[in-house]
Write a protein that binds this ligand. Sequence first.
Ligand code: NAD
Ligand code: ZN
Length: 359
Amino acid sequence: MHKNFKNIDKVVYGRGSFDELDGIIAPVRKENDGFFVFVVDSYFEGKPLADRIPVGPKDVVRYIDVEPKEPTTEQVDELRDSVLAEYGLPSGIVGIGGGSIMDIAKATALMFTNKGSSTLYQGLNLIKKPGIYHLGVPTISGTGAECSMTAVLTGPVKKLGLKCDWTVFNQVILDPDLTSSVPRNQWFYTGMDTYIHDIEAESGIFYNAYSKAYGDQSVQLCREVFLGDNSGQNPENDEKLMIASLFGGLSLTYSEVGACHALSYGLSYVFGYKHGFANCIAFNHLEEFYGDAVQEFKQMIDHHNIDLPQGLSAQWSDEEISKMADVAYNLPHMWTHALGHDWEKNLTKENIEEMYRRL
Ligand code: NAD
Ligand code: ZN
């Protein structure tokens, strides 16, 4: 079956475009009980951006601390339940922050109209009804969560997205001004998520011309941002990385991620490591899958003096390694992409445990 891919309905891009938010949501304010929910990364509380959020008299603003762990099903259920109980059904929800906030906004939009816990909907096409209007404003570039069909949540038994057409944002505002304050290591880890999406998309059986067109552009932009002279200090790089993130997300959506993301999911599930960081930990040791790209990745690390811990597995117990390998093994679409349809003949859980022991 070919993928029938839902894209974002509308995108506005450019420095200062955040100020279009008020006008963009004005026509939507008539819907449901006539108010908006803004979920905002708590980093912005008390910062100038907070005063630029067009909060109407009935609107609800929730600042959310996305550290140290990734978004959970419990967090989304609690947000939905408390808003419904106190204020009713919002016209829409706006997420302002990184991949964590994007996913919370996307998932909560769906859960406002779908009964029960979000744990019931972790998987593909399990959501029963369209959610409410949802708009994303990324403030850090790399995850591709701004364009993807999934909202990744960690639940009591798995880390898995609510994935369906309705998950995709109705509107995204891409304003590169908003990413200038991201701390250096975080900028790198999340930015590398894009580079890794591009490399993984091209390293498997689902790669195709559609994926390649976006992926080639995205990799090129990543090279300019992470290997170019003066990279990091040049404000143009915020513009480039924002588009690289979008294109990397589109590239992987029309292909697939592979071994690195499978291992990364295990690391996040067992240790709560952030997605971009976990990807970097794994990618650094996956030459057999990604060849020269791993060398290029190491050059990028050196170029920016990034701290990437080594030898982590020395502290991990056999149980932890086994649990991570279970999580990684149970992502068949990723292994199919990486190793082919008969991947189960060539990969055992023990092989995955060995990969973890290298980290
Ligand atoms: P994040 O949202 O977790 O934020 C990382 C850190 O950066 C936080 O401390 C945050 O406060 C800070 N931050 C964000 N913007 C900032 C700014 N402008 N200035 C200063 N600090 C800022 O980071 P992320 O890497 O974007 O997102 C990771 C999450 O995205 C994970 O939960 C992962 O599962 C999810 N993800 C989702 C998809 C998808 O397709 N839905 C894809 C990849 C990753
Ligand atoms: Zn990723």
